[in-house]
Design a protein around this ligand. Sequence first.
Ligand SMILES: [Zn+2]
Ligand SMILES: [Zn+2]
Length: 280
Amino acid sequence: MAPPAQESRGRNSRDRRETLTVPLIDSHCHLDAEYFGDEVDAVIDRAVAAGVVKMITVATGPENAKHAVALADRRPEIFVALGMHPHDARLWDDKAEAAFTELAAHPKVVAWGEIGLDYHYDHSPRDVQREIFAHQIRLARERGLPIVIHTREADDDTLAVLRAEADGPYRGVFHCFGGDARLAQGARELGFHLSVTGTISFKREMPVHGVLRGVGMENILVETDSPYLTPKPYRGKRNEPAYTVHVAEALANIFSVTFDDVAASTWQQTHALFNRLGPA
Ligand SMILES: [Zn+2]
Ligand SMILES: [Zn+2]
């Protein structure tokens, strides 16, 4: 697959990047062995070549978390978020908690998540999802870690759990944001940033674009959610962190700003939020 740097692009193109000093960070991807196998180093190298010099790989279970931390140990570009995904909330037990909390002490673990509620698939009973979501919010807070929120078809309950567990403003992000103005406002009131994926590139104008403009660029991060949600022009292929470039381009178009503006803003915001990423 050709590196994205060789693709032709529009007016916010990274072709002007020869002079670019601000790199990109993919704030949410899944570099698990089951998706990328031994290609993972080539995938990371392609991202770096495209200007995506840091990646947060999100481990959704204890086994994946071990793999993610091992990857972060050997690749300086890789940081880790870990937590039980709402799909697997029913699998939470003392053993899982012990594994997650031990790994969370690793210096390259920058966040707890993704945690939250998914009522679209209902892979775990909803009451169990809510209980394990609340429990993990507390585990994150005890460790001073920001949280990464996954919510699907559960807007009201997600906000209700967060409000019930709040202890001042949160540090965290609603990842893969595709919600309406009400969810955006609820998230912002609780202190959260929003993060967008390639889904914002699917159409020229989408309802979520207006919601994002209302939220403001300074509160938005970019992510690929690789290997899912491949942006244009690669739809149908496996997603990978190098394509953060296309998410940033789409965001630049939504706000009518330059690619470099998006790169600078998202870089700075992501480092402020995930403070263990090191200096911005
Ligand atoms: Zn998610
Ligand atoms: Zn994810």
